[in-house]
Design a protein around this ligand. Structure first.
Ligand code: PMP
Ligand code: GLN
Length: 384
């Protein structure tokens, strides 16, 4: 059953779109990864760890320096109390933490509240665990989280978990205090475990990221997930982690040890140093990203797309309706040949495409000249 469900997901839209970009030579504003390296200091630290022999398996939980740096980061930045030994698990990217959380915490037949649009791995990982998603839909243009719909999805004998992503991919939204409070309320009322995907925690331009674990009554039921990929522009390092109460982290560890055991040792050393001084490393990356966001939003708006400026992440969603285009999927399929650009239809992040038929997600984590060229190409392409 699991094999059949997995096969039914097919190839992810990100893989498909990056392959399309490679095949056609188009500018890839699809899959979200930066086209410049992260801090050289971290690369040097990884080299130095390799040269000094940090090349064998790491301890299962992660190298102690990194576990400590994660716990201290959570305390310093958010005032969260995390035990560096039993409250942290390093993983192969946030993706592995998400999958291990579902495998370690859910039984087949359990249900999971998933807010859509959603990052694709939540639903696939739930399927691997034999669990079923219950969707709560956020609708454009504001993508607000509806407290009533949330309460409805969270009520039910089999619901065990809620997955939250803020800053949010693909909308770029940073959830408000009221929305977080509504999420906390349903988790507490229904005795759910919250799994929060906070990989864009450092990439907020407007407003402030508040971890769900900070809300009253939530620290003891929340597993907080993050990753070095987005914070330091090293998506290919696939270095992620989760933190939270020891019993939740133990459940992740139980699954993770048989998924990949423990590796990436030199990278773990480098990220430990990076996290200890996170703001110094991230501030220039965030500032450049914000300028790229504005560059792309302004460019798209000038062409005639409907644009709502994202508060965080790598992504902006553009509405094709003002250009007279009704089907964003078809438009994205034709985009490489028409304009030499790749983008992703936002409907790919929904269970059913209806709420986002005319929306397209563009990634702006690219060099200024690449964004300018993409805007130039989009502006001179024939649309209808
Ligand atoms: N969660 C979200 C919301 C993402 O956008 C991504 C993609 N980077 C991930 C998780 C996966 O992160 P990682 O590459 O660290 O596995
Ligand atoms: N997080 C990236 C995005 O949303 C994709 C990562 C992946 O390919 N799984 O574009």
């Amino acid at each position: 059953m699991t094999a059949a469900r997995l096969r039914a997901f097919g190839t992810t839209i990100f893989t498909e779109m990056s392959a399309l970009a490679a095949r056609t030579g188009a500018i890839n504003l699809g899959q979200g990864f930066p086209d410049t390296d992260g801090p050289r200091e971290l690369v040097a630290a990884a080299h130095s760890a390799m040269r000094s022999g940090a090349n064998q398996y790491a301890p299962l939980a992660g190298v102690p320096e990194l576990c400590l740096a994660i716990a201290e980061h959570q305390r310093r930045r958010y005032g969260l109390d995390v035990d560096p030994e039993c409250g942290v698990q390093v993983t192969f990217g946030a993706t592995e933490a998400i999958a291990a959380a579902m495998l370690g915490l859910l039984e087949p037949g359990d249900e999971v509240v998933v807010i859509e649009p959603f990052y694709d791995s939540y639903v696939a990982a739930a399927a691997i665990a034999g669990a079923t998603p219950r969707f709560v839909t956020m609708h454009p243009p504001d993508f607000a989280l509806d407290a009533g719909a949330l309460a409805e999805a969270a009520a039910g004998d089999r619901v065990r978990m809620l997955v939250l992503n803020s800053p949010h991919n693909p909308t770029g939204r940073v959830l408000s205090r009221d929305e977080l409070a509504a999420v906390a309320r349903v988790c507490i009322d229904n005795d759910l475990v919250a799994v929060t995907d906070e990989v864009y925690e450092h990439l907020v331009f407007d407003g402030e990221h508040v971890p769900l674990a900070r809300l009253d009554g939530m620290a003891e039921r929340t597993l907080t997930i993050s990753s070095a990929g987005k914070s330091f522009s090293f998506t290919g390092w696939k270095l992620g982690w989760c933190s939270g109460p020891p019993e939740l982290v133990a459940a992740v560890r139980a699954a993770k040890q048989f998924m990949s055991f423990a590796g990436g040792t030199p990278l773990q050393h480098a990220v430990a140093g990076g996290l200890a001084d996170a703001e110094r490393h991230v501030a220039p990356l965030r500032a450049a990203l914000q300028a790229d966001r504005d560059r792309l939003c302004d460019g798209l708006r000038a062409i005639g797309f409907g644009v709502s400026v994202p508060a965080g992440t790598y992504f902006v969603n553009a509405d094709l309706a003002p250009l007279g285009v009704a089907d964003a999927r078809e438009w994205c399929r034709e985009l490489p040949s028409r304009a030499g650009v790749v983008a992703i239809p936002t409907s790919a992040f929904y269970e059913r495409p209806e709420p986002a038929q005319t929306l397209v997600r563009f990634a702006f984590c690219k060099r200024p000249e690449v964004i300018e060229e993409a805007v130039e190409r989009l502006g001179s392409a024939p649309w209808r």
